[in-house]
Design a protein around this ligand. Structure first.
Ligand code: ZN
Ligand code: ZN
Length: 318
């Protein structure tokens, strides 16, 4: 689909918005955060033992941040692939990786499709996408208006499937991918702020389902709508990192306690925590999301295995 897209409750003909609760942070807010910030320092490096991706009817392996290799009975998906050292407009400045990718690029299996949630640099990494395009990955599924970035990365037009919220596409092997809403925003160094749509994905293969939340704030109405329209997932990847300070972040990123609420509202059988431990984007310490997640699970009377913060280079078969 090419722009212009038809106006909707989340598109005014020029930019996208969150229909339920839209927060726009100004450069003044960014300045206030950075002037007040007391970020907890992260370690410079964290050891990782790269793994070969797990295979199975529903198997995920964590590469780091929001990148996962997902196997659904032989159909292999890659979410928000980032193998670069930094996530910023330039290669020499910006948040730097503290741990190597948990799957080495050379050990990737044949990828049937990439799921790209939105245009932020920590999710949409053009150098990695260019390597995948050159390697022959022939399908990328993404919310509306992200296609220009994928064409820039070298994907041919016919490889790019741009979908609005709630639209679906079917991959060979009868795997159905639906783009779901998220409460977030979009922006890169150039272009229009919120000019590209953001979202998550519900993936179904036979009786198995995997949900990838993308970047999102917690919002009960949003996640109960996803549950009622797209079903309860067997496994959900939910962000648990990049949440401090709350006055700035709460409208766009959930914290671990809110992530447990998302897990419950969604009715996920199991969840995994993502978006932590690889790039320091915000003020909390590297391992704080893991501890806060453990506390939140205990507060809800949930077993730790129900919602695990996967370290890069580890995975699980759900
Ligand atoms: Zn984002
Ligand atoms: Zn992010």
């Amino acid at each position: 689909m090419n722009p212009p897209f038809p106006p909707s409750d989340h598109f005014d003909g020029r930019v996208f918005r969150n229909p339920r609760q839209h927060v726009n942070r100004s450069w003044g807010d960014v300045l206030r955060w950075k002037l007040q910030a007391k970020p907890t320092p992260w370690p410079e490096t964290v050891p990782v033992t790269p793994a070969d991706p797990l295979r199975g009817p529903l198997a995920v392996t964590a590469v780091g941040h929001a990148s996962f290799v997902v196997d659904l009975g032989g159909t292999v998906l890659l979410t928000d692939p980032v193998w670069s050292d930094r996530v910023s407009p330039v290669s020499w400045y910006g948040p730097k990786r503290v741990q190597a990718p948990g799957v080495s690029f050379a050990r990737l299996p044949r990828i049937d499709a990439i799921l790209l949630s939105h245009d932020h640099y920590d999710h949409c990494d053009l150098p990695t996408l260019a390597r995948l395009a050159a390697g022959g990955v022939s399908r990328v599924i993404t919310p509306l208006a992200n296609g220009d970035l994928l064409r820039e990365a070298g994907f041919p037009r016919e490889a790019i499937v741009e979908l609005d919220w709630w639209q679906s596409t079917t991959l060979p092997g009868a795997v159905e991918v639906t783009v779901t809403p998220a409460q977030h925003w979009s922006n890169r160094a150039t272009g229009v702020r919120n000019g590209r749509l953001w979202g998550g994905f519900m993936v179904r293969s036979g009786a198995r389902s995997f949900f990838f939340a993308g970047d999102t704030a917690a919002n009960d109405a949003l996640f109960s709508e996803i549950r009622s329209r797209a079903g309860e997932p067997d496994l959900a990847a939910i962000p648990i990192g990049a949440y401090e300070p709350r006055w700035f972040m709460a409208g766009q990123h959930c914290n671990p306690a809110e992530a447990v609420t998302v897990h419950r509202v969604l009715g996920a059988r199991r969840s995994i925590g993502m978006h932590w431990g690889t790039f320091q984007l915000t003020d909390e310490g590297r391992d704080e999301p893991v501890h806060a997640l453990a506390r939140a699970l205990s507060d809800h009377g949930l077993e730790p295995r129900v919602f695990s913060a996967l370290e890069a280079g580890t995975g699980l078969i759900a």
